[in-house]
Design a protein around this ligand. Structure first.
Ligand SMILES: Nc1nc2c(ncn2[C@@H]2O[C@H](COP(=O)(O)OP(=O)(O)OP(=O)(O)O)[C@@H](O)[C@H]2O)c(=O)[nH]1
Length: 353
């Protein structure tokens, strides 16, 4: 099979694409990561939606639906791409590598095709704590279940860490290479030899240089990916965007503000737990704890005179009010749990199994 690099200037339609779509696969209950757990079973709502649709559009066009994993080394833009594809923030982004820790599913339905995205954490090769063992286990578990893999790189760069991720990808799945951050490439001409060298590394189904931050690129990606989805009924309602709970999204939003406002000072092992979630008429009261490993980290988060924690809380509250379309009262605590990232016991307590 020959591979034609697909660039934003090259209007390749899915039909005109040189790669052949994945074979039609039909299975009664495809595995879907359940919200908040590592389990892979289809939720009752999803099963009902798949049945109700009968697998066809009103005009008789067969529906398509498939699971797509987004993989790549930390910081290549996987979460940014997922959020852009879903059209809503379902995964946090930051400049700090390794901010994504959960198997997040977001979904988006475009015409007859439902794309169900499974975000995978960056592969962690540097540390050996229990947290990272769990991350790698999660990545392998996810890849076994999907119909298509999006392998994300930074356009023009292929380092040892990218090679490591590539070596772990299954041979029997179609893999689309996404060369992200195209907007940051100064000389587009330099990209051609790089793309050619990538063609020799694996039998990629497609090459798609793009910027996850450009809407037109993201819309074009849907067209390229559609033929790879198996013909089968949708797993979710056509307007569903995530199967994550509001509580989970809230903790992710707080975590994002935490990482953004502490810069590189705070280790990625810090986490956020929602302790209280109550509705009082129009007002939602949320109380959350930021759990860190050391007293020094606690000081960093609180900041001079409590200024930093106040800002984290205020920015998170504004985004929560936007997400929930209502007033939010947010109370934040910082707690120290020494060595929690090293302990399997703690990981279970915090729901990372
Ligand atoms: N210039 C540019 N920056 C991008 C693009 N996509 C993502 N970024 C930036 O790259 C950084 C990392 O993005 P994330 O989406 O958090 O990366 P990730 O791969 O999910 O990272 P981990 O959670 O560490 O695995 C952020 O600062 C993004 O704003 C892009 O298309 N162009």
């Amino acid at each position: 099979m020959t591979h034609t690099p697909t660039t934003p200037d090259d209007a390749t339609s899915p039909e005109a694409s040189s790669a052949s779509p994945a074979p039609v696969v039909t299975y009664a209950l495809p595995p879907i990561p359940a919200a908040g757990s590592g389990a892979t079973s289809l939720s009752p709502e999803a099963a009902a939606a798949a049945q109700a649709s009968g697998g066809k559009m009103a005009d008789g066009t067969p529906q398509r639906c498939g699971l797509i994993a987004i993989v790549g080394r930390p910081n290549v833009g996987k979460s940014t791409l997922l959020n852009a594809l879903v059209g809503q923030k379902v995964s946090i982004t930051s400049d700090k590598a390794q901010t994504t820790r959960h198997r997040i599913t977001g979904m988006r339905t475009v015409d007859e095709a439902q794309f169900v995205f499974v975000d995978t954490p960056g592969f962690q090769m540097k540390y050996n704590a229990a947290l990272n063992r769990n991350l790698n286990r999660t990545v392998h578990g996810v890849l076994g279940d999907v119909d298509l893999v999006l392998y994300v790189l930074e356009a023009g760069r292929f380092g040892l860490d990218d090679a490591k991720v590539l070596s772990l990808l299954p041979q029997d799945k179609p893999v689309v290479m996404i060369a992200n951050k195209l907007d940051a490439v100064q000389r587009r001409a330099d990209l051609a030899p790089w793309l050619k060298s990538m063609q020799e590394r694996r039998n990629f189904s497609e090459f798609v240089p793009l910027s996850a931050k450009k809407d037109a690129d993201v819309q074009r990606l849907f067209k390229i990916l559609k033929p790879y989805l198996p013909e089968q009924g949708w797993f979710y309602d056509g307007d569903a965007l995530t199967d994550r709970s509001e509580k989970f999204l809230a903790s992710e939003i707080i975590r994002e503000k935490l990482f953004r406002l502490t810069g590189d000072e705070l280790p990625y092992t810090s986490t956020v737990i929602i302790d209280k979630w109550e509705d009082e008429g129009e007002l939602r009261r949320i109380s959350a704890s930021i759990v860190v490993e050391r007293d020094a980290h606690k000081g960093m988060i609180i900041g001079q005179g409590g200024e930093r924690l106040k800002r984290i809380g205020s920015e998170a509250r504004q985004e929560l009010e936007h997400l929930m379309d209502g007033r939010v009262f947010l109370e934040l605590w910082v707690k120290v749990r020494s060595g929690w990232a090293d302990s399997e016991e703690h990981l279970r307590t915090y729901g990372y199994e």
